[in-house]
Write a protein that binds this ligand. Structure first.
Ligand code: FES
Length: 118
C-alpha cells in the first residue's frame, strides 16, 4: 500500500493504491484545502509532489485547465483531488491550499498552524 508523506506537517499515512492525495490528507487531517469538494473545479487542493511524482497518475486536460488558475504552479504541481497515488510519495501542500484549509475550517486553525510551526 502506498504511503503519502506531508512534508511541512510531518505527517504520513498509508492509503489504498489508486486513492488520491486529497483522500490521504483527509484520512489524517492534513491541512489541504478542497473548496469544490474534490471535483476539479477550484485549485485549492494544489500540492507539490516533491518525491515520487512518477508514482502518481497522468495529468488529464481538465486538471491542467484548473492548475492554470492556481498560484505558483511548478512542474511538480498537482491537484490533490485528481492525482491518484500508485507508490510512496512526499508532498508539500501549497500555501494557497493551506490558506484555503484555514478559511474552510476555522475550528481547526490553531491545530493546523501548530503542525507547521514544529
Ligand atoms: S478540491 Fe477543487 S480542484 Fe481539487
Amino acid at each position: 500500500m502506498p504511503r503519502v508523506r506531508f512534508i511541512k506537517e510531518n505527517l504520513e499515512v498509508e492509503i489504498e493504491d489508486g486513492q488520491t492525495i486529497l483522500a490521504a490528507a483527509k484520512k489524517i487531517h492534513a491541512p489541504e484545502g478542497d473548496r469544490c469538494g474534490g471535483v476539479c473545479a477550484c485549485s485549492t487542493c494544489h500540492v507539490y509532489v516533491i518525491e515520487g511524482f512518477a508514482k502518481t497518475s497522468e495529468i488529464e486536460d481538465e486538471e491542467f485547465d484548473i492548475l492554470d488558475k492556481a498560484f505558483d504552479v511548478r512542474s511538480i504541481s498537482r491537484l490533490g483531488c485528481q492525482a491518484k497515488v500508485h507508490g510512496d510519495i512526499a508532498v508539500e501542500i501549497s500555501d494557497e491550499s493551506f490558506q484555503a484549509f484555514l478559511d474552510e475550517h476555522p475550528d481547526d486553525q490553531v491545530a493546523a498552524l501548530a503542525l507547521r510551526a514544529k
